[in-house]
Design a protein around this ligand. Sequence first.
Ligand code: FES
Ligand code: FES
Length: 219
Amino acid sequence: MSTLTLTINKKDYQLDNLDTRTTLLDVCRQHLQITGPKKGCDHGQCGACTMLINGRRVNSCLTLAVMHDGDEITTIEGIGMPDSLSALQQAFKDNDAFQCGYCTPGQICSATALIEEVKQNWPSHVSTDLQHPDGLLVQEIAERMSGNICRCSAYPNIIKAISQVLEEQVSASSTSQTADSSVQGASVTGIWSPPPSETQLGKKSTNNKTATGTTGGRS
Ligand code: FES
Ligand code: FES
């Protein structure tokens, strides 16, 4: 390929004669020295390489750089730097939501997109009511973050950090959007609720066991 232009963290990078088989993760880390995104598994299993592409979270080890000419790419460096942390980065710090920190850039990129998804009332696989998503239950956050693995198992504090920012930002958004306030307000209430009962889920005990079992180790 002759020339590829990538826009990463609002800056344009021109790459000449790039091998078309190069992943976006390798371009960032090997060619551009943007090393925030981490290589964990290199085949879409761990989420350490998560970046935002046009606002959506993507495993950058699974996508080719040549597919992203003209896209808006954001890595952890574009979300915030040590002297200008985003609210979520600060919350991770305040809640001690990491140990080794290797998964953290991916976790924060993913959670940044999660917050936008919740604000837009996108349901998840464990939403109990698609008309009024209960997007802030612990189980819901865990499910939405299930593509990001933490080998240090910092999940309880990761969920605390995300919940804190969700509570602040979704509450703020519900006050400013009167029309949607009932839905958004209902979402906020659920943050630290215990796992939903069988009656709430409307499911038989076997299904409920799967739902709570999946999230039990994380919350
Ligand atoms: S390095 Fe991309 S998902 Fe693990
Ligand atoms: S903090 Fe070590 S892998 Fe998550």
